[in-house]
Design a binder for this molecule. Structure first.
Ligand code: SAM
Length: 298
């Protein structure tokens, strides 16, 4: 990486333009030196929530003026900000946590700045989807980020059915990444089980980068059972679904494809067989015979 290619460096004053600055998703150490420099040197910081960002700025001793920029004033505020950018202002945009523009405000002002011919710089940093994906154990080479699932039951079920249709039609499997909330996760998992089958491999990543960070890995049924044992389900979370789907209807997933799905998640053959047998309420030797008979058949 060449220092001259950076729009911001220790000896270089901040160039005019719009700066999309990623902030931590929990752990305050996850802010880059460059992000701090931009926040410190900008003329103003447009924040999803000025009080929330105020805490971050206070922690790092930054006193740059802030202005609100959220879902409800995005359009009008974007115009104002672009007018200032045209006059040579340096404006940073942050969301409450993570990367602005990813399930957060940001896109509107970026589009307006691009249309106005104003330089736009992304200052990379934390993002919950990528953080969850790389540690999930599911394939990360190919993935689809789908934001939040719809909150209404019927729409959520249809959205998942659509994902299944797309995965069946795709040439290569892609891990599916969703943002979820603690009060909807059990319903969402029930819908995943109904659409993809209870043996479909999933990962639930909770409280990333925080003290109680946790990854629940297993079949949908297992993750549902783990959550059901808890008094409450709390915290921020990312839900990931394996992109490997059997050709037959998911609810009638064959024992062989359930075993293969588990092996794709890192279980050895013996453990995968044991777990699938238990899930289906069949004996281990019966499951073994079925596996021997059908393992090559989809
Ligand atoms: N812009 C953010 C980003 O780059 O990740 C996402 C903002 S979105 C409004 C908030 C959602 O992100 C949460 O509901 C949760 O699904 C996910 N999320 C944010 N922080 C998280 C964390 N520390 N652990 C797990 N998920 C998190």
């Amino acid at each position: 990486m060449e220092a001259e290619s950076l729009p911001v460096g220790p000896a270089v004053p901040l160039a005019p333009g719009l700066y999309l600055v990623a902030t931590p998703i929990g752990n305050l150490e996850d802010i880059s030196l460059r992000a701090l420099r931009v926040l410190r040197s900008a003329d103003r910081i447009a924040c999803e929530d000025t009080r929330q960002t105020g805490k971050l700025l206070q922690h790092f001793g930054i006193s740059t003026p802030t202005v609100s920029y959220h879902l409800h004033n995005e359009r009008g505020r974007a115009e104002e900000l672009v007018a200032q950018l045209r006059e040579g202002a340096r404006i940073a945009v942050v969301s409450d946590a993570g990367t602005p523009g990813i399930a957060d405000p940001g896109e509107t002002v970026v589009r307006a700045a691009v249309e106005a011919g104003v330089p736009v710089y992304a200052i990379p940093g934390a993002n919950a989807a990528i953080t969850a994906l790389v540690a999930s154990g599911l394939p990360a080479e190919r993935f689809a980020f789908r934001g939040f699932l719809p909150s209404k039951a019927g729409e959520r079920r249809s959205a998942l059915e659509q994902v299944l249709v797309e995965l069946r039609a795709a040439a290569e499997p892609a891990t599916q990444v969703f943002y979820e909330t603690p009060h909807r996760i059990l319903d969402a998992l029930a819908d995943v089980a109904a659409v993809f089958g209870p043996a479909h491999p999933v990962v639930l990543a909770r409280e990333l980068t925080k003290l109680h960070e946790e990854f629940l890995r297993g079949t949908v049924a297992e993750v549902q059972a783990q959550l059901a044992r808890r008094d409450t389900v709390r915290g921020e979370m990312v839900l990931l679904l394996s992109g490997s789907v059997a050709v037959e209807t998911a609810a009638a997933q064959s024992l062989a494809s359930a075993v293969r799905a588990r092996m794709a998640l890192g279980e050895d053959e013996k453990d995968a067989l044991k777990h699938v047998a238990r899930e289906r309420g069949v004996g281990k030797s019966e499951a073994y015979r079925e596996w021997q008979r059908t393992r090559g058949k989809g």
